[in-house]
Structure formats: structure tokens, C-alpha cells
Write a protein that binds this ligand. Sequence first.
Ligand SMILES: NC(=O)CC[C@H](N)C(=O)O
Length: 275
Amino acid sequence: MKKTRAIVITGNGTNCETEAAHACRLGGFDEAVIAHIAEILSGEVRLDDFHFLNLTGGFLDGDDLGSAKAQANRLKHAGVSGTGEKLVEQFTRFIAAGKLILGVCNGFQLMVKMGMLPGFDGDFLTQRTTLTFNDCGRFQDRWVYLKTDAASPSVFTTGIEHGIYLPMRHGEGKFLCDSPATLERIEREHLAVLKYSGPDYAAATMEFPLNPNGAQNAIAGLCDPTGRLMGLMPHPEAFVHYTQHPRWTREELPEEGDGLKLYRNAAEYVRKNLV
Ligand SMILES: NC(=O)CC[C@H](N)C(=O)O
């Protein structure tokens, strides 16, 4: 059997790469490699050699110019040494090959600012949405209930019935669209795969602090129409075991944390479709 391979990009201020790689391995990937962005730009590590790309959380470039903005420009315009090609061509090839990309928090901000999401009509390079300063004007660090959309094409949330409970920690998580038409299309095609809700996962909410940032239509996670690209503000890699839950000493909980489901689904998809 060929190996299922995940890559986690680090450098320039990411801080969740170890946990993301651990989540990939726990979720069932045979290998999870942490690669510095410099190794990718130097041509030492190629995205082509992997099936699942993780863009992880942190403070890329210190959030200067707005979270992930500088890295978005770097990834869109930088060349790969010795190849004569731009890094963005590796990204385009990766997506065209039917592979998976998951962006978490700063990684979601990066995907949105590169234009990879919502990825309408196979266009992964036009920015149509953003993630900006929380309505409350401050960084928030809490746990949130996320209602899943059962009709969403996302391969990451397959089999999740009602919702998931995850930690969030960000200052710029307010999701906004460039126009009512973009928001309408996101809703119509069920691309808003996760929405902030109450503990019963019954309905999306704009109420603070259940919705910690004032995101439009309470959108916390978004996928592209193929369901293979997804980004979310909360951190699935930070809840893979019950001892990471804030009430683990007081509640009866399953062994595995809710976040692990996303990585399990990714590994299963790769094994079935890509190796
Ligand atoms: N946890 C994170 O990835 C934070 C993302 C970004 N630095 C923000 O504060 O919005």
C-alpha cells in the first residue's frame, strides 16, 4: 500500500504546526511532515509529494497589514528556486490533482486572502471574502459550539451529525463577504459548513460570546464547492483527546475530541481516492 502523506507548513509566525502534525497522525495519516516555508521556496520540499496540506494557526508576520495578508502575497507571487515556476503553480497543481487543504485560524485567514476560498468556478486566486477584527474589539480565547451543515459538500465534516465543540483564539475572526451575491451563493451551495451556535447546535447565532466575533451569518467555517478545501477559525487540532476539554474532570466524555473527526475524514478520503 502506498503511504498517505500530510504536510504542515510552518515559519514566519505559525505556532500550531506540532499539534496539527500530531492530529494528522492520530487521524490516520501514515506520515505528517512539518516543512518550513523556506524549504518550500528553496525547492527542497515539494507540495506535489503530499496528499493533504495543512495551513495552520499563529501570527504570520505578526499580523502586520492584517492577519495573513503578507503571507498571502508571498505565496501568490514568490518563485521556487531552481524551478522557474511560481509557488502558486504548485498550489494550483495540488488542487487540480483532487487533493485536500485545511486552513485553521491564521491558515483560514491565509486561504481567504489568497482567494483559495470560497473557490467559486475553480477560481482559487480571487479574494471575495475576508476575516477581520472581532466586533468586540479584542482578542477572544474561548470554546465555541459549531453547528454543521449536513448538506455541505465538505469532505472533512462527513458523518458529523449536529455539531462540534472546539476552542477558538483570535483577534481577526469576523467573516465578511465582498457583496450580498457572494454571501447568497455561499449559503445556496451550502459552503458555510460551520456556524457558531448554542450548546444544542439547533440554530446559528449572532449573540456574543457564542458568536465571538460578529461573523456574517455566524459563519465560522467555509469550504469550496468540491468540498476538498476548507478553512475554519476554531482549532480542531487542539481538541483531539478528552483531557483537552475544559470540563474533562467533571463530565463523562468520549476518548477522542471533536476536532479529530476532521483529520479522520481527511485520512479516509485520501486513502480511498488518492493513493
Ligand atoms: N490563533 C490564530 O491563528 C490567530 C490568528 C490571528 N493572529 C488572529 O489573531 O486573528
